[in-house]
Design a protein around this ligand. Structure first.
Ligand code: ADP
Ligand code: X2W
Length: 304
């Protein structure tokens, strides 16, 4: 068989194989978090933008939450400002908050909206501040049994999905920056993007939360081992949480909160693999780690 025919057949097969998945996901909301590390390669980010348009065009309702940790680090460095993380969260001074807001809302979000709109003019950028989509208060995490001051880092206190629902009903793709204003002190807070994605997925009753990052999934025995854990129930993840470090803390806490809050599944996938989001949604060969709700006890209880 000539190569061009073989290649055309493979494409036709891929499309028909996706049919049951397309039917299953019709009209469903999926919240996709694109980590800043997964955005450092322009070709990959462009492929992501195309995939998101594809999801929308085949009938899903994608909502994108973006990160920007490395991009914020670069700008802080350019300005000679310190960068520090505690428990996976950026210690955010009022000075660095200005940089965080400028980079997230003025740079990373704008670039992503522009890329998606190159394929189809559907993306609308917003931050959690818009229409009070997210409200927050100062977050004081407990690390090693002690409260730790991480500055202007926010904990989400409320989600108003009105603006997101309007955009989704209009066929748009919301692209959300992880910032939120406090109703108490009126200040804008830096919220971890994983936390925002989980809160939006829960409030929107999403079918799936997808966290795209720069590792193949949640690994057992990190950093010595890179062995990906393919599947965890919420209970299993809860037991693992105290052993996790760095960026995996907010990511996996978000996954746990989302599935406990009614989201069908949370997936951590490798954003460095082109089209990984399509592989995850439309094939059996999903790679990475999936977190599923605990089995309903009534389903596993023996009948008396
Ligand atoms: N158990 C683990 N499995 C995989 N990665 C881990 C683990 N613990 C910590 N990490 C670190 O978490 C990082 C991903 O989190 P983060 O840097 O916040 O990425 P993102 O920008 O995608 O949110 C990985 O690059 C890795 O260095
Ligand atoms: C409080 C906190 O840590 N906020 C993050 C917000 C951006 C983010 O979460 O970006 P990634 O997804 O690329 O890590 C930060 O300042 O880096």
């Amino acid at each position: 068989m000539p190569d061009n025919v073989r290649s055309a057949l493979a494409k036709a097969e891929a499309v028909t194989d996706a049919l049951p998945w397309l039917a299953r996901h019709q009209g469903r909301t999926v919240v996709i978090k694109l980590g800043g590390h997964a955005m450092v390669n322009d070709d990959l980010t462009a492929a992501f933008a195309r995939d998101i348009v594809f999801l929308r065009q085949v009938g899903l309702r994608p909502v994108v939450v973006h990160g920007g940790g490395p991009q914020i680090n670069a700008e802080l460095e350019r300005r000679g400002l310190k960068r520090e993380f505690k428990g996976g969260l950026r210690v955010t001074s009022p000075e660095s908050m200005d940089v965080v807001r400028m980079v997230l809302a003025g740079q990373v979000q704008r670039d992503l909206v522009g890329l998606i709109n190159r394929y189809s003019p559907l993306a609308v950028g917003m931050t959690g501040e818009d229409a009070n989509t997210l409200t927050a208060k100062r977050f004081v995490p407990w690390i090693d049994g002690e409260p730790v001051d991480v500055g202007r880092v926010g904990e989400i206190t409320g989600v108003d999905t009105g603006a997101l629902h309007s955009l989704l009903a209009d066929g748009r793709i919301p692209v959300v920056s992880p910032l939120a204003r406090s109703a108490e002190d009126g200040l804008v807070y830096n919220v971890n993007a994983d936390t925002v994605a989980a809160a939006l997925a829960t409030a929107l009753r999403a079918e799936t939360l997808v966290m795209m990052t720069d590792v193949a999934g949640l690994c057992a025995g990190w950093p010595h081992s890179q062995e990906v854990i393919p599947r965890l129930t919420a209970c299993e993840l809860e037991k693992l949480l105290p052993e996790l470090s760095d960026g995996m803390v907010p990511k996996m806490t978000g996954c746990l909160d989302a599935v406990r809050g009614g989201v069908g599944a949370a997936r951590v996938i490798d954003g460095r693999v082109p089209h990984s989001v399509l592989l995850e949604m439309f094939t059996d060969d999903g790679v990475g780690t999936v977190i599923v709700p605990d089995p309903d006890e009534s389903e596993v209880m023996p009948i008396a």
